[in-house]
Ligand binder design. Structure first.
Ligand SMILES: [Zn+2]
Length: 415
């Protein structure tokens, strides 16, 4: 098996390479069944991998390998409607399949992406073939205990970044991934795509569990057609809706605008928030669960609080007379919890809260944001959901958590 490959390698590497293409040498083209490469017998053909450089002309390459011009023309014609030569990109690899007996070019093989293979045939008839590679989706599990950070823990297990992002979607409303505790643990059930046996991207995150101290959070993905998203063990949506306003009884005294006359600065300036007027001292509530990222003072904002809700949304509350009990950076708060009180600190003309809504780091008008409230599960769908939940939960509970490495004290003076 290996012998055949190395024979092919020796023969091909020995060949001179022209046309500006640089040989990468012959690599192992197959992992398991190396008697064959695609449908060629490796005892009869050689494989040569080339790295395509800018301005490489395939026609030149072929003619330098002795392919007649009329054949090259036919191939260009055949390719034009299927995969034109100009679609071949510099920086990618091209495999030349040659007949070991007479070095004639049998075919070119090009992979535009991990899912397709283009075969330019020259052996019997001149034709171009697009092969879809065999893909498979497997359900896999992972888990770990956090020693430094979630990112480090997942990275140590070679879990791709997409999985961290998916985990934020599943649990981001309940777990503050930016302030995790050492010793917290996670378990995941997810799909992974394989192309011809090679692991590729992550598919759906099917379930996630996170333990912090004595709190456990489960998130199960469920799509019934009517409901699509993450739900807790009782079937309640993991994603929470935002309250419409941060003050219960209030009126809007100024709306979001990109340009308005500022009553104190006496000039036109954008107003990137919505003002809710209410008597000074009225409680201001968090519009959704989240983490306090700032509780401080600036001359413009006065006393203000900023919160992060998930990876997309943040909210900010300005001009407070004082902060709510226990409100300081890092604290997790619940929707509706009092985070401060209406005041007129900073640049403010009367008692109000200037409510600012941040989406992906940009201030937007929350009244114009389309945020469909998370759909509660239909009671009629709960039995089906519970069946899926039980299966996924059993898989999650079965994940063997890798223990965080134990830190060892090194005694430098030990003999
Ligand atoms: Zn305002």
């Amino acid at each position: 098996m290996l012998l055949i490959l190395s024979t092919a390698a020796a023969l091909n590497v020995a060949k001179s390479i022209t046309g500006g293409l640089k040989s990468q040498g012959v690599e192992k083209a197959c992992e398991d069944n190396c008697q064959q490469y695609l449908h060629w017998d490796l005892g009869l053909v050689g494989l040569e991998k080339l790295l395509i450089k800018p301005n490489d002309m395939l026609g030149n390459l072929l003619s330098s390998r002795g392919v007649e011009y009329f054949k090259i023309d036919q191939l260009i014609q055949a390719a034009s409607s299927i995969f034109p030569f100009r679609s071949i990109r510099a920086g990618k690899e091209l495999t030349i399949v040659t007949d070991l007996a007479d070095s004639s070019v049998q075919a070119l093989v090009y992979e535009p992406d991990p899912y397709r293979r283009i075969l330019f045939h020259l052996e019997d008839s001149i034709r171009v073939e697009v092969q879809e590679k065999e893909t498979e989706t497997k359900v896999e599990t992972a888990g770990g205990t956090i020693d430094q950070s979630l990112w480090v823990s997942m990275d140590e297990q070679n879990l791709p970044y997409e999985l961290i992002s998916a985990m934020e979607d599943a649990l981001g409303w309940s777990v503050d991934f930016y302030h995790i505790q050492k010793g917290d643990s996670y378990k995941l059930v997810y799909e992974r795509k394989y192309v011809e046996g090679k692991p590729m991207g992550i598919g759906k995150l099917i379930g996630a569990e996170y333990t912090s101290g004595s709190s456990e959070y489960y998130s199960i993905r469920y799509n019934s057609g009517k409901h699509d998203g993450y739900f807790d063990l009782e079937g309640r949506p993991m994603k929470k809706a935002f309250l419409k306003s941060p003050v219960e009884y209030s009126r809007i005294s100024s709306r979001f605008s990109n340009n308005r006359f500022h009553p104190i600065l006496k000039r036109n300036k954008g107003h990137f928030g919505t003002d809710y007027a209410a008597p000074c001292g009225t409680p201001i509530r968090a519009v959704a669960d989240g983490r306090i990222t700032a509780a401080s003072y600036t001359s413009g904002n006065g006393n203000f609080v900023k919160m992060k809700h998930d990876k997309t949304y943040e909210t900010q509350y300005l001009h407070m007379s004082k902060f709510g009990p226990g409100i300081r950076p890092g604290v997790m708060v619940k929707q509706g919890q009092t985070i401060g009180y209406i005041g007129q600190t900073g640049l403010a003309t009367g008692c109000h809260v200037c409510f600012r809504f941040w989406k992906n780091g940009k201030q937007v008008d929350h009244l114009k944001e389309k945020m469909p409230p998370p759909q509660a599960m239909d009671p009629s769908q709960l039995p089906e959901y519970f069946k899926i939940r039980n299966e996924v939960k059993a898989m999650l509970d079965g994940v063997d958590i890798k223990k965080a490495p134990v830190e060892k004290e090194i005694d430098l003076f030990q003999s």
